[in-house]
Design a protein around this ligand. Sequence first.
Ligand code: SF4
Length: 399
Amino acid sequence: MTIAAPAEPALGGRLGAIIRRATELYEDLDFKSVLDWKAKDKTRRAIGFLPVYVPREVIHAAGGLPVGIMGGGDMTEIVRGDSYFQSYICHLPRSVIELAVSGRLDAMDGFLFPSICDVIRNLSGMFKLLKPDKYVHYFDLPQNFRAGLGGKFYAHEMRSVAQAVAKMTGSEVTDDRLRESITVYNANRRAIAALLELRIEKPWLIPATEYYLMLRAGYLLPADEHTALVNEYTLMVQQSNRRPLDNIRVMVRGAFCEQPPLALLRTLERAGCYLVDDDFVVGSRFIPDPIKAEGDPWEALAEAFMQRSLPTASVYDEKHQKGDLLVRRVKDVRADGVLLMAPSFCDPALLDQPMLQSALEEAGIPFTSFKYSEDTGQFQVIREQAGTFADAIKLWGTA
Ligand code: SF4
């Protein structure tokens, strides 16, 4: 029997309209919004990117639309996707293949596969075979963070993407255009940062599902449209009369690639946990602070990635400070505990977990861990686990 979390009550007014728009985008597995965008100008091209991070500014500067491909979630039945992969890997690549072979990714003119794990690497090889007429690029991110070495390599990699997209759109990526795109995405970073800040301060104003939908909308909409949507949402919820609940404050780590279903987020909140910090849809805030929009824009993007990205499992932890940064972040957002929730069979997330657990144990921070998949439909066990975690913290301050 499937025990699903009850749906949020429908909202009216402008706030309701914003949520409905974001929900439509989330459910748009045919990428109709991308087709609509392309229909407005025949030179427009859409470039799909897989989790976790690509410098979207480069695609934008070439006149392209960067589109986040996050799998089929719990809305896709896997028919052919399973035959491409062995059974003991995560779910995301199966649903991405399913979307591809069923023609639902046809709106894309190219695909970028950032170097995060072997699964994504293999997926890029399959796309080369499945989509020989499209631009398919395995986007190698630097593992060496010295400007003269990793920085140069990364700038070269970005320029190769810029040239490929420019060839499709006919818009060359000049330094000026790239600086303008950095400025556009800096505005988007600020909008997301304000949303995050409000959720840390008053999590009851921003239910986890709404927050998530706002982030996901950024993977489909042009950056300036998304910025306007998030800014309006942030303003509207502050005028709402939502009241605080007796929930604990938790931080989520491990969900940076394959995404949890919306119902799982709702379940966690209903179980008594406000999610005040997380790594969902993290590619849109991978570099949380504004990037320098003066000087050499390639260097600025490279420096930002190498020195200021969020500490996720997909970035080499050169200074071995991931545990310390996690503990510091727990304190900054005043989290009562941490949910280590990872996709089943996700090597990067699960290999990181022991290190994160040790840091939390040492700092005396309560945590609990569980696994999910993008199409998880059974929530009872997780609801009980999260509910017990929340109750234990409320009663004894620890779990
Ligand atoms: S969920 Fe984990 S293992 Fe699967 S593609 Fe993403 S990072 Fe790789």
